[in-house]
Structures are given as structure tokens and as C-alpha cells.
Design a protein around this ligand. Structure first.
Ligand SMILES: Nc1ncnc2c1ncn2[C@@H]1O[C@H](COP(=O)(O)OP(=O)(O)OP(=O)(O)O)[C@@H](O)[C@H]1O
Ligand SMILES: [Mg+2]
Length: 616
């Protein structure tokens, strides 16, 4: 899967309607691929005004894997394209077969979404692995539905046969026919052919031998992040480590490529792919990491190499509980660009609500080669010692999960000339107190709907495939929060095993309360226990005074959907003449977010939490 699957879409300009149809089909296909699991694996190329000669040229130049014909065909003439003078020109089966036979290169699938094209598909049975044609006429709407549903299923990691079955069922007309070349395994996912498995195997072998190229590494990182490849750690079968490479197991399982590696090799692979920086690197997991390309880029550009005008000393990443702040800085801490910017490495810590600042500073001191800070009598003393140690070092300092400005302040005083400090917090007032200028605060947004659906698709693939519309409603209701999506995904995956359908469960999750009662995802482990989502949210509300907490709880109880309010509405709920001081506190604690025009938003997960507080 190193190269993208190239899809060449061809149609005539001859009739405005045919041209419009291709434009519409292209839009539908593009939209569907965008929300599919493997959106990055497809490249769409299109050629309106197609002539027969174009097909050969584009086969040579673009080397497509798939050709898709849209437009008109007649029972007597064949498929209608154009000649060199833009006149209507019918292409017959023999002409097409001859071109494809000689120039097909990577071509594996040809789709004729054209009336009376079944015999074209049949004629290609010796030329390509798969061909699809229509036995009758096909109207525009059915053609669009067929195309959209076919490409979505294919781009979700399914076989051509499955995509064909799903698309035939949804378009409901035109009697499509799938022709499969002899000896082709129809259940093989199109995206992951045997060659892909072999290619992945050899890339992993190169990785384990320390011979992976930058391109290999970038490809594997992308596949792991998008969830298409999973490196599974298995028990060591051969403690000497010899011979493991021969046993390297790669298979297509659970809609993704699964590479099973004994622990020692797993560690080696991880160290090559996401090398831990010198110092104390942030914790890291190989879980999928979706939709944060912009965030990574934006923060890296704030951290720019030294000497750049906008280089910042302190950056704060703030956002809703569970939006992915820790995960993001975890990736940044192992990012190759970041490591280049800070060659002496990273110092990371996770403060939580009651940190022992002295011991955190001592840990950093130890990583820098001294136990002296352990003996520092005061934080002030520890701060100055650490500042000396960092004065000439090029390091990125990460202070994760800050609850009080005073906890982070000492770390702002140790930043050496060539260092930068990255802080994460849920608390808006902490961010504002640490940084006066807005540009240094990065508000991490929830995922986009497409990314959220993709994440849910990785977590519960079968459920999302079979309940597309319901799942989209669900992610909208969960307001695309990674924490909530993980919990919902895991509930859905477990329920799917019973095979009695998941619609009731989806409804229950949408109605509320379900997610917050559940355990948080496994990477949120704290003191050897996985807390419930409620417990994670309690942290934000337990620190409120009783009156403000009650106000928060009532606001949740009266929240519309989506939960946005203006001052007047909040005054009415709280029965106060002036709600501003309460609003200030809730905003300061990251429990309400101003969204402009005098309105404020409460994230859905906080609404559920507020409601549960009312019930206590
Ligand atoms: N981009 C992402 N793609 C997939 N999963 C993600 C992503 N970001 C976060 N997650 C998952 O969502 C959950 C919450 O993420 P994380 O702990 O980073 O949130 P947080 O903002 O640090 O939360 P808190 O406010 O509690 O500190 C984790 O299980 C994490 O693996
Ligand atoms: Mg966190």
C-alpha cells in the first residue's frame, strides 16, 4: 500500500447532461472517499471530454489502478466518447480491449457505469482482475448511488466483490454484473492485495534490520496513525530472538493489516518509527492518531527553529477534557522535526491536580545528570539549579495537565535560551495567566465530523459499515470528542459480538449518560486503574465552589441541543440578576467556551456530566 490507488474517471463532454453526470458522480465519489477509512490511499484523476486516444495516453502517463467510465452507451453502438474533433464517437468492445491489453500496466479494475455495458465487462475478463458493467439502462440517480456506495466500501478496506454487492443493493436498478478474472480471490480486500502484504512484510523486515528508508518510515507512520496498519505485540516465542524475522506474521484482520511482533521486535520497531528523544520523553501509544495534521503543523510552526521571528518560549495547548491534548504533545515529543529543533531532547512531566513540584524538578535534574536537585530545600532553589542546567541546552520542555498557574510558573523560569516550554491544560484561566498574548495559546479543537467518523470506523469497523447514517448522527451527538468516541467505539464493538444489532445501543448513547458511566480508554490509566469518564470530568467540577458547581449542574439540566446559551438564558436558569461572575468562573475553568455574539457553549460530554451531578 505504498502507492496510492489511482482512479481515472472518464466521460464524454458530448452532452451537457453526461458531463454534469460525471461532475456529480465525481463529487459523490470524492465525498464518500473523504469519509472512508483509507481516504489517503486514493488519488482521483478525471478526464472529461474523453477520446479513445486519451485512454491509451492516460494509461501510459497515469498508470491507473482503476478506470471508471461514466456516461452514455447504446445497445447497438457501445460506449459514446469523442473523436479528435469533439464529435460523438462510439467505442466498441474490440477497440477498448486492444488498448487495455497493450497498455494496462497496473490496471486491475474497470467499471462501466454506462447503459448496456455488460459485454464490455465480459470482454475484459482476461485483461483485468475485475470488470463491472450494466446489463440495462441506468438512470443518473442510480448511477450516482452505485458509484458512491461502491467507492466508499472499497475505500473502507473491503473486497471488490463486497463493494459490488453493497453498491448493487443500494442503487437498486440496472442489473450490474461483476466479472472476475480466473484465479483471483474475490474475498481479497482491494486495498491490500497479496503484493501489499508482501511489501509491508519487507518494509517491516527492513525496519527491524535498521535499514528502513525515510520513505519506509513515513509510510509506516502514516499507516499506523490512520489505523490501517497495527503493530501487535505478542509474547516472545524465541527468547534468543533468532529466527523471528522468518516468522513475521502479517495478515489482514479486523479491517486492517496486523503485524504480529514478539515484544523485543515490537520495541525495536517502535524505537525506529517513533524514537524516544533523549531526556524524558512523553508516554506514547501506537493507537491511531487521527486528524491532527494541522495541529501538529501549527504547533511546530510556533516552535520554529531558533532565530525565526515567531519562535515562542511558551506555548499552551488548551481544550475540552478528553479532546486529545496529552496525545498531541505525546506525538510532538517524538516528532522527527521537533527532535531536529531540540537535539538535546525533551523533558516531560504530568502534573495533575496536586503535583510534587520538587520531585518533578528533581526528576528532570536526574535526566540531566545530577541528583543535586533532590536535595534542594525549596522550589526556588530547585528552579535556579534547573535553569543553570538548561541554560545552554536545546530542549523542549513539556508540562502536561496543569491545573493551577502557580504549578507551571517555576517551569517558565527554567527555560534556557535554546529551549521552549509546552504546557497543556483544561483550564482557560491558567492558559491566560501563563500567556498574555493570544497567539501563544493553541486551542485544540474537537475532530472534524469526517475524522470522527473515521476514528469510530477504526474502533468499531463492522458497526460503522453497517450503520453509516446512525453512526454519523452519533458522532454529531458526541460532538466529535476523541475521548467520547473511544468509549462509544468500544461499547459498540462489544455489542456487535452479540449480533442482535446495535441500533438500540446507538440510541442509548445518543440519549446521554451512557458514555460518562463507562471506563475511560486504556491509555488513560491512572495509578494502575482505569477511571470512569465521570471520574475524569469530576476533576474539573470538584474544584468549583459549591454554588458555581450547582450553577454548572443546572445549566446542564436545562441545556438545549447543541448546548449553547446567552447571558439572559443563563440568568433565567440560575435566577440571578447578573450571571457574569458565574459565567466568568465557568469559562475560566474550561467548562463553558465563548463562541461569539454573546453566546457560550458547553460540550455535550460536560452536559451529560452536569446532568449526572443533578442526580447525585
Ligand atoms: N487524534 C486522535 N485520534 C485518535 N484518538 C485520539 C486522538 N486524540 C486523542 N485520542 C484519544 O482520546 C482519548 C483522550 O485523549 P487525551 O487523554 O489526549 O485527552 P486530553 O485532552 O489530554 O484529556 P484531559 O483533559 O483529561 O487531560 C485518549 O484515549 C486518546 O487515545
Ligand atoms: Mg491530558
Amino acid at each position: 500500500m505504498s502507492d496510492k490507488i489511482k482512479v481515472l474517471l472518464l466521460a464524454t463532454n458530448q452532452w451537457r447532461v453526461a458531463h454534469m453526470r460525471l461532475t456529480n458522480e465525481l463529487r459523490l465519489i470524492r465525498e464518500k472517499i473523504q469519509i472512508s477509512r483509507y481516504k489517503n490511499s486514493f488519488d482521483l484523476l478525471w478526464q472529461p471530454g474523453a477520446r479513445i486516444t486519451d485512454i491509451g495516453e492516460r494509461l501510459i502517463e497515469d498508470n491507473p489502478d482503476i478506470i471508471y467510465f461514466s456516461g452514455h452507451g447504446t445497445a447497438s453502438e457501445g460506449i459514446i466518447l469523442e473523436d479528435d474533433s469533439d464529435n460523438r464517437k462510439a467505442m466498441n468492445v474490440d477497440q477498448l480491449t486492444a488498448v487495455l491489453r497493450n497498455l494496462k500496466q497496473n490496471l486491475r479494475l474497470v467499471i462501466f457505469n454506462v447503459c448496456y455495458s455488460k459485454h464490455f465487462a465480459e470482454a475484459l475478463s482476461q485483461e483485468v482482475d475485475y470488470a463491472i458493467g450494466m446489463d440495462e439502462t441506468i438512470d443518473d440517480e442510480a448511477a450516482g448511488t452505485f458509484a458512491a456506495s461502491f467507492f466508499y466500501t472499497l475505500a473502507s478496506g473491503k473486497s471488490v466483490n463486497e463493494a459490488f454487492q453493497v453498491a448493487s443493493g443500494s442503487s437498486g436498478s440496472a442489473a450490474p454484473t461483476l466479472v472476475v478474472r480466473e484465479r483471483v480471490n474475490i474475498s481479497e480486500p482491494f486495498l491490500f492485495s497479496k503484493q501489499d502484504l508482501e511489501r509491508l512484510k519487507s518494509t517491516i523486515k527492513r525496519l527491524l534490520e535498521g535499514k528502513a528508508s525515510d520513505e519506509d518510515l513515513a509510510m509506516l507512520r502514516q499507516q499506523i496513525d490512520e489505523g490501517s496498519t497495527f503493530l501487535d505485540e505478542i509474547e516472545e516465542t524465541d527468547p534468543t530472538g533468532e529466527g523471528d524475522q522468518q516468522k513475521l506474521a502479517v495478515e489482514f484482520h479486523n479491517h486492517r493489516l496486523q503485524v504480529r511482533l514478539p515484544s523485543s521486535e515490537h520495541k525495536r520497531a517502535l524505537a525506529q518509527l517513533f524514537p524516544a528523544p533523549p531526556g524524558i520523553g512523553p508516554p506514547f501509544s501506537l493507537m491511531p492518531f487521527i486528524g491532527r495534521e494541522h495541529a501538529l503543523k501549527d504547533i511546530k510552526s510556533l516552535l520554529k527553529p531558533e532565530g525565526s521571528a515567531d519562535r515562542r518560549k511558551v506555548i499552551v495547548v488548551r481544550g475540552w477534557p478528553g479532546v486529545g491534548k496529552t496525545t498531541l504533545v505525546g506525538r510532538l515529543g517524538r516528532d522527527t522535526d521537533v527532535i531536529k529543533m531540540f537535539p538535546d531532547g525533551v523533558l516531560w512531566n504530568h502534573l495533575e491536580q496536586k503535583p510534587n513540584l520538587l520531585s518533578e524538578m528533581a526528576r528532570w535534574g536526574q535526566a540531566l545528570g545530577t541528583d543535586e536537585i533532590l536535595r534542594a530545600p525549596t522550589i526556588k532553589e530547585a528552579t535556579s539549579q534547573l535553569a543553570v542546567l538548561l541554560r545552554h541546552r536545546h530542549m523542549l520542555l513539556i508540562v502536561d495537565d496543569v491545573w493551577e498557574t502557580a504549578h507551571a510558573t517555576p517551569f517558565t523560569q527554567v527555560i534556557g535560551e535554546h529551549c521552549a516550554l509546552l504546557v497543556t491544560t483544561r483550564i482557560t484561566s491558567v492558559a491566560n495567566e501563563l500567556i498574555t498574548d493570544e497567539q501563544g495559546i493553541y486551542v485544540l479543537p474537537v475532530l472534524t465530523e469526517d475524522d470522527a467518523l473515521r476514528l469510530l470506523g477504526i474502533l468499531a469497523p463492522a458497526v460503522v459499515d453497517q450503520n453509516q447514517d446512525e453512526c454519523r448522527e452519533l458522532i454529531r451527538d458526541l460532538e466529535c470528542l476523541p475521548l467520547a468516541l473511544h468509549v462509544a467505539g468500544s461499547l459498540l464493538r462489544s455489542e456487535a459480538r452479540f449480533e442482535w444489532g446495535v441500533r438500540n445501543l446507538i440510541e442509548e448513547i445518543r440519549e446521554g449518560a451512557k458514555v460518562i458511566e463507562e471506563q475511560a480508554p486504556i491509555d488513560r490509566i491512572e495509578e494502575d486503574k482505569i477511571p470512569t469518564v465521570s471520574a475524569l470530568l469530576d476533576k474539573s467540577t470538584d474544584i468549583l465552589d459549591e454554588f458555581t458547581r450547582d450553577c454548572f449542574a443546572y445549566l446542564g439540566a436545562f441545556a438545549p441541543k447543541p448546548a449553547t446559551f446567552d447571558l439572559v438564558a443563563m440568568q433565567a436558569v440560575w435566577e440571578v440578576d447578573d450571571a457574569r461572575s458565574i459565567v466568568r468562573k465557568l469559562v475560566g475553568h474550561g467548562l463553558l467556551e465563548p463562541i461569539g455574539s454573546g453566546r457560550f457553549q458547553m460540550h455535550r460530554i460536560l452536559v451529560d456530566h452536569a446532568r449526572s451531578l443533578c442526580e447525585d
